[in-house]
Design a protein around this ligand. Structure first.
Ligand code: GLN
Length: 531
């Protein structure tokens, strides 16, 4: 029989509920349990696929091709289990299914209502995920803040679900902000009390309250919360700031989170943290800095590139250098100012993106990197930019471009079978295999002839230009097994100028860094040593 953990948030959003859920997942996995995590997002979009990254952060892509909330990236990185399309549910997706059922006459003429039709759909989703994954523990995080109008059907569905599977098989965690009031120099518990009351008014009493504050709010405040919120004294857990995200499981363990959860669910209380602490030792053992520029158009919100930052961090643990990320808005880069803006960088990464804004600056960035021998790593759009730059400068195709931006020599273009479709749900999504050419940097990185990485793109290398670009010296280092899709390119010689159509950031883990991120940071490290 599976066990269920539900994680709610209170007082404000952005409290790092996802990190709590992910950390708990790891702590349970370290006990040998099969753990899966899922996220409920109360907004009305079907999925975050069409949302602007500067509003909502990165779209995380699962191996089976679902476009999901960035918290799923945390779950995968911490728990190290591949998640699926059953792991992210939005109100939009629930309503879409309910309305389609209604049109198909599946409700047999009944009045279609939030309860039971919408709530049943939500409950089925949790059950389906457990059936598919055979998880011992299913952790469900509910996005937003308790009290939001949109989240009410989710809360009601969970209330019913808890009764159906039995209270003893469920733990409810409420993560709340515990503010520090500088004037009176103390932490305040009242917002937590109000938020717990709000959740209780909807029929759910939390078993555990996690207090979020920069530093420990103290036993007195925790005792007060325990008393007013009707939870056991050792079930009020401090969640404080940590220097490195991956210290969160250890911090929460020290503060008793997993112990309380295991006691409540009848799971093993002992846990061997050695594997995780060995990884953290590497984090601490780093010396020196690598200055890496991320040149993109969504740099105003760093969460837009969260998996890339994390993958760079993972690689930095392996390479043994601190990562110093410089955020550079590609819209502000021109041919004239590129040398000044990119001066001092040991590596340049151009990440994925959509639309024409900021493209010229990215092309100038790639040119600067290639001409000056600064390691360049292009991911998805960043690879397409590398191809365009190379086509313009090395292959003499002065008007080289992508069909996504403007007219000219479309060295990057839309895949013919995707023409004329809507923007939502029309991309090449999820994991696909790629054959790696021996003797390339790509091969040196992976050490394997066949790899698999996740994708999220609509445009790709235009095969009509293969010959021209290869003649000009571009190496097509990765190709799909059927020989049709160019998956990776690089230049010959000493420089590190690598572009990949796929997104290697999604499969990087703190203790298993993505191969290309390691090879990129190694190249950056060599570049520093040569300086
Ligand atoms: N906009 C490009 C495409 O659709 C690149 C996508 C991306 O970087 N994820 O192919």
């Amino acid at each position: 029989m599976a066990k269920y953990v539900f994680v709610f948030g209170g007082v404000v959003s952005g409290l790092g509920k996802g990190i709590v859920a992910a950390s708990l997942g790891r702590l349970l996995k370290l006990r040998g349990y099969k753990v899966q995590a899922q996220k409920f997002d109360p907004y009305l979009n079907i999925d975050p696929g069409t949302m602007n990254p500067t509003q909502h952060g990165e779209v995380f892509v699962t191996a089976d091709g679902a476009e999901t909330d960035l918290d799923l990236g945390h779950y995968e990185r911490f728990i190290d289990e591949n998640l699926t399309k059953y792991c992210n549910l939005t109100s939009g997706k629930v309503l879409w299914r309910v309305l389609n059922n209604e049109r198909e006459g599946k409700y047999l003429g009944k009045t279609v209502q939030i309860i039971p039709h919408v709530t049943n759909e939500i409950k089925d989703f949790i059950k389906r995920n457990v059936d598919e994954t055979k998880a011992d523990v299913m952790i469900t995080e509910i996005g937003g803040t308790v009290g939001d109008i949109e989240s009410q059907p989710f809360i009601e569905a969970i209330r019913q679900f808890i009764i159906e599977v039995g209270r003893a098989n469920c733990v409810v965690i409420h993560v709340c902000l515990t503010p520090y009031i500088s004037g009176s120099d103390e932490y305040k518990s009242k917002p937590v009390q109000h938020s717990v009351k709000e959740l209780q008014s909807m029929g759910i009493s939390p078993d555990i309250v996690v207090t979020r504050s920069a530093t420990d709010c103290g036993q007195e405040i925790r005792d007060k919360i325990a008393m007013f919120c009707n939870v056991a004294r050792d079930c009020v857990i401090s969640n404080t700031d940590v220097e490195c995200l991956y210290e969160a499981p250890i911090m929460l363990h020290k503060n008793g989170l997993d112990k309380a959860v295991c006691r409540l669910l009848g799971l093993k209380e002992d846990c061997d943290l050695a594997e995780w602490t060995t990884m953290l030792d590497k984090v601490k053992a780093r010396t020196g800095d690598l200055n890496i520029a991320i040149v993109g158009k969504y740099v105003t919100l760093h969460d837009s590139y969260i998996s890339i930052i994390e993958a760079l961090q993972h690689a930095s643990y392996k390479v043994g250098r601190h990562l110093n990320v410089h955020w550079i808005d590609s819209e502000k880069i021109t041919a004239d100012n590129a040398p000044a803006k990119l001066k001092g960088m040991d590596g340049i990464l151009v990440p994925g993106g959509f639309g024409s804004r900021g493209i010229d600056g990215m092309i100038e960035t790639a040119r600067y990197a290639r001409e000056n021998g600064v390691p360049y790593f292009g991911i998805c759009l960043g690879m397409q930019i590398a191809v365009i730059e190379y086509a313009r400068d090395a292959a003499g195709l002065k008007d080289a471009c992508s069909g996504e931006f403007k007219e000219g020599s479309k060295v990057i273009d839309i895949m013919p079978d995707k023409l004329g479709l809507n923007l939502g749900g029309t991309m090449r999504l999820g994991a696909y295999p790629c054959m790696v050419k021996k003797g390339t940097r790509l091969f040196a990185a992976y050490g394997e002839e066949k790899i698999s990485e996740r994708h999220r793109h609509r445009y790709e290398f235009n095969n009509e230009y293969r010959e021209t670009l290869e003649k000009a010296g571009l190496v097509l280092s990765g190709i799909s097994p059927d020989g049709v899709i160019v998956e990776a390119v690089e230049t010959k010689g000493d420089g590190y100028f690598v572009g990949v159509q796929f997104h290697p950031e999604f499969t990087s883990r703190p203790n298993r860094p993505g191969a290309l991120f390691v090879s990129f940071l190694e190249a950056a490290n060599e570049y520093v040593l040569k300086k």
